[in-house]
Ligand binder design. Structure first.
Ligand SMILES: [Zn+2]
Length: 272
């Protein structure tokens, strides 16, 4: 297969562990199929710990190393290298502005992916600011792209309004947990054991519900080669789900202190 025929897949992720939590089976499946798979990490993950002394550049280094270890695990099992692009925005402060939008537009234009994965920007089960903005930036970028660089399929993970199940291999669960366990700053060995069993039960439940092991996504529909405009949340059921998930993630906690200025953090974004 020549290089130009190789399918390209891009996963936009707000933080280092979001593939492993949001769409690990599709990442493994894409790598096993020999696709050209890129993860675009939007933030530098400087805040994701309760240990305050680690926040900042120190945590950024740790989490990047963990992510590279994840790519090694994927390579060991799939013989394919997950490419990682660090966008360089500050954790917890991913902006929804022209600079960030241009970054995503230029990246899609350059890579020309066939398939894009991103967190759901509207019907989200995770209302973390960075998650919403990663999804929004991808959505607004796609709205501005011409058809010659438009991805063929766009899937949103972390969605409560999924409309498509994609088959995955139950056996890959072991790889998922091995990958997840590399995020040592986030997932303790005990937690990864717990995740292994809870995901097993979750997958078995899905097997009976949908007739196969699968990962569920909301696929953004295309009309005349352009992404269909997302509807506002307008049904009672969706409003209730929105408010439940919104409250779940927005309970008060001091995740984002101290400020980036206090930690001396700056955006490291290089526009293409
Ligand atoms: Zn995240």
């Amino acid at each position: 297969m020549s290089r130009s025929n190789t399918k390209k897949v891009v996963f936009f992720t707000p933080h280092a562990d979001d593939i492993e939590f949001g769409s690990p089976f599709m990442c493994i499946k894409s790598l096993k199929l020999g696709y050209d798979v890129t993860e675009v990490l939007m933030t530098n993950c400087q805040y994701g710990t309760e240990r305050k002394e680690f926040r900042g550049e120190r945590l950024e280094k740790i989490r990047k190393r963990e992510m590279e270890n994840v790519a090694k695990i994927y390579k060991k099992h799939t013989k394919n290298q997950l490419k990682i692009i660090y966008a360089g925005f500050i954790d917890g402060h991913l902006p929804l502005n022209q600079k960030a939008l241009n970054y995503v537009i230029n990246l899609i234009k350059e890579i020309k992916p066939d398939i894009v994965f991103a967190p759901d920007p509207v019907y989200a089960i995770d209302y973390h600011f960075d998650h919403l903005n990663t999804g929004r930036l991808v959505y607004f970028a796609l709205k501005r792209l011409n058809s010659d660089v438009m991805p063929k399929r766009i899937f949103f993970y972390y969605s409560f309004k999924s409309n498509i199940s994609i088959r995955c291999r139950f056996k890959d669960l072991k790889i998922v947990i091995e990958a997840l366990s590399q995020h040592k700053s986030q997932v303790s060995p005990l937690k990864s054991k717990f995740l292994y069993f809870s995901r097993k039960i979750y997958q078995i439940n899905k097997y009976f519900k949908y007739g196969g092991f699968s990962e569920r996504f909301r696929e953004l529909k295309m009309v005349d080669g352009k992404p269909k405009t997302d509807q506002k949340i307008n049904t009672i059921k969706d409003s209730m789900l929105y408010s439940i998930y919104y409250k779940l993630i927005n309970y008060p906690y001091d995740w984002y202190f101290p400020t980036p200025e206090e930690l001396g953090l700056q955006e490291k974004v290089k526009l293409l």
